[in-house]
Design a protein around this ligand. Structure first.
Ligand code: PEP
Length: 247
């Protein structure tokens, strides 16, 4: 049985003051049988660590592969560990499209996260033109294989993958639950081919792309979908709680 995981991706939103106000609204919130994560900007991690209960886990939106060094503007796994970060989004399409993230750097970040006991949430997904050209499976297969290269099966079992069709992120256009379920089942098959079925059965694969309280249950009802990675709708505390409650 895979535990569903709902992760909020705040992207570049919320100052420390705004974060504190959000946290005041979710004090003592917890839902049985669902894991909840908030992936906040680096500048908010300390205030989240000081003000969040045990239930909601803390996530970052990236992680560098080196522990220290001349990498201006990057954040190392050691720094994140001190801030009680347990998850790191890796390879979000905004990083791939705007900041030069590649399949190779995604794989380096995934290895670094595991080395330091941080669980990667690896994002994969196709662009609109790739979907229209019938290349969705080819793209997600390539991204998935590259991201998990040289991982031990015990690591793959702990991995979280977020299938996020790029055309559905922040656009209000979501994939149908059936389509998302099919692609996610395919991702699981790719992992089974690389490792084995038992490993593939343990990997959690979320859907992401314009998920809201009003539509989340349609995704969670699908057999292959193990939760959601949510941008815009995770910024409001009432909406975030409703997402974790399953809509
Ligand atoms: C995301 O940021 O990963 C995302 C899916 O955003 P949104 O929910 O706003 O589409």
């Amino acid at each position: 049985m895979r535990t569903p995981i709902i992760a909020g991706n705040w992207k570049m939103n919320k100052t420390i003051v705004e974060t504190k106000a959000f946290l005041d609204e979710i004090k003592d919130f917890a839902v049985d049988g669902v894991e909840a994560v908030l992936c906040v900007p680096y500048t908010d991690l300390a205030i989240v660590k000081e003000n969040i209960g045990d239930y909601i886990k803390i996530g970052s939106q990236n992680i560098h592969w080196a522990e220290t060094g001349a990498f201006t503007g990057e954040i190392s796994p050691l720094m994140l560990k001190e801030l009680r970060v347990e998850y790191a989004i890796i390879g979000h399409s905004e990083r791939r499209e705007m900041f030069g993230e590649t399949d190779e750097t995604v794989n380096k970040r995934v290895h670094a996260a595991f080395k330091h006991g941080i669980t990667p949430i690896v994002c994969v997904g196709e662009k609109l033109e790739e979907r229209e050209a019938g290349k969705t499976k080819e793209i997600v297969k390539k991204q998935t294989i590259a991201a998990i290269k040289d991982l031990a099966s015990e690591q793959v079992k702990q991995l979280v993958i977020a299938y996020e069709p790029i055309w559905a992120i922040g656009t209000g256009k979501s994939s149908t639950a059936e389509d998302a379920n099919e692609v996610i089942g395919f991702i699981r098959q790719v992992i089974a081919d690389q490792y084995d079925q038992q490993v593939a059965n343990e990997v959690r694969v979320q859907y992401g792309g314009s998920v809201k309280p009003e539509n989340i249950s349609t995704y969670l009802n699908q057999p292959e979908i193990d939760g959601a990675l949510v941008g815009g709708a995770s910024l409001d505390p009432t909406s975030f709680k409703s997402l974790v409650e399953g809509g």
